[in-house]
Design a protein around this ligand. Structure first.
Ligand code: CAA
Length: 257
């Protein structure tokens, strides 16, 4: 079925998902989240794609979950429709996912960016969780992701006050990776994507799994997983090629197998 709220295209081994609901500041209705996740999964399965980028437009990455859609929800309707289950599938994506953020990344929009592995933002981007001003709280992982990224005290302050943080503040607290001029966001994101696309794909995915493990598990379990993935990397032809290229003093040619 054709997508209604996103556009997708491919540039240099990078699959790009462009959020496309400009009349509502890219507010994420449930169909839009389904489309985003299904497209991420399609790119994840596509051997010709090495990196996935999610981007908005100049004014907004995404201004949150669609308030009109959820205002009449009840605890039971939420329990029955289970709207956040689809978000969990984003965490199963194995390839690197980069968010390119111009303008607002609020509420569910910030959560979408936080589900990505890396965030490149414009100097005028702003991040925040305004849910408290609507009488609710983040529901798509915001309390967990932000706390893990910036620590309890600052996360609590931002979420309690519903304040927006600038891209520079977000960078300072380690929430995002890079800040550039607004007109450079796409270029910088593609530069990063291109660099990642040139790395050995098997190693890249094993590293993602091992780093994610470090966030959530005791050191001992994380070390075991890291060791297992280190051994697994030696099953790839790219490991042979990478090490051979080093000894032959040339650039490696990685195939992703
Ligand atoms: N849901 C539905 N519609 C939204 C929306 C949202 N989250 N955010 C913006 N829109 C709509 C506006 O209603 C407006 O529509 P109309 O033209 O039909 O009136 C259109 O997008 C443009 O928005 P504004 O006119 O408000 O534009 P602005 O430049 O003055 O302000 C903004 C931009 C600061 C992003 C402002 O729109 C805003 O505060 N939006 C709401 C942000 C928010 O509260 N997000 C959290 C949602 S709850 C959530 O996300 C829960 C969760 O964890 C999953």
């Amino acid at each position: 079925m054709a997508n209604e709220f996103i556009q997708t295209y491919v540039e240099k081994k990078t699959g790009i998902i462009q959020l496309d609901r400009p009349q509502a500041a890219n507010a994420l209705n449930r169909q839009m989240v389904d489309e985003i996740v299904e497209q991420m999964e399609r790119f994840d399965r596509d051997d010709s794609i090495r990196v996935i980028v999610v981007k908005g437009n100049e004014k907004a990455f995404a201004a949150g979950a669609d308030i009109d859609e959820m205002m009449d929800d009840s605890p039971l309707s939420l329990e029955l429709t289970n709207p956040f289950a689809v978000w969990d599938r984003m965490m199963l994506i194995k390839k690197p996912v980069i968010a390119a953020v111009n303008g607002f990344a609020l509420g569910g929009g910030f959560e979408l960016a936080l589900h990505c592995d890396l965030i490149v933002a414009a100097e005028n981007a702003s991040f925040g969780f305004p849910e408290v001003t609507l009488g609710v709280m983040p529901g798509a992982g915001g309390t967990q992701f932000l706390t893990k990224a910036m620590g309890r005290a600052k996360a609590l302050e931002w979420i309690w006050l519903g304040q927006q943080m600038s891209a520079r503040e977000a960078l300072h607290y380690g929430v995002i990776n890079r800040v550039v001029a607004p007109e450079m966001v796409k270029e910088e994101t593609m530069r990063l994507a291109h660099q990642l696309a040139g790395q050995a794909p098997v190693a890249v995915r094993l590293i993602k799994e091992a780093v994610d493990e470090a966030v959530d598990t005791p050191l001992e379990d994380g070390l075991k997983l890291e060791r297992k993935n280190f051994y697994l990397a030696f099953a790839s032809q790219d490991q042979k090629e990478g090490m051979k290229a080093f000894t032959e003093k040339r650039s490696p040619s990685f195939k992703g197998v």
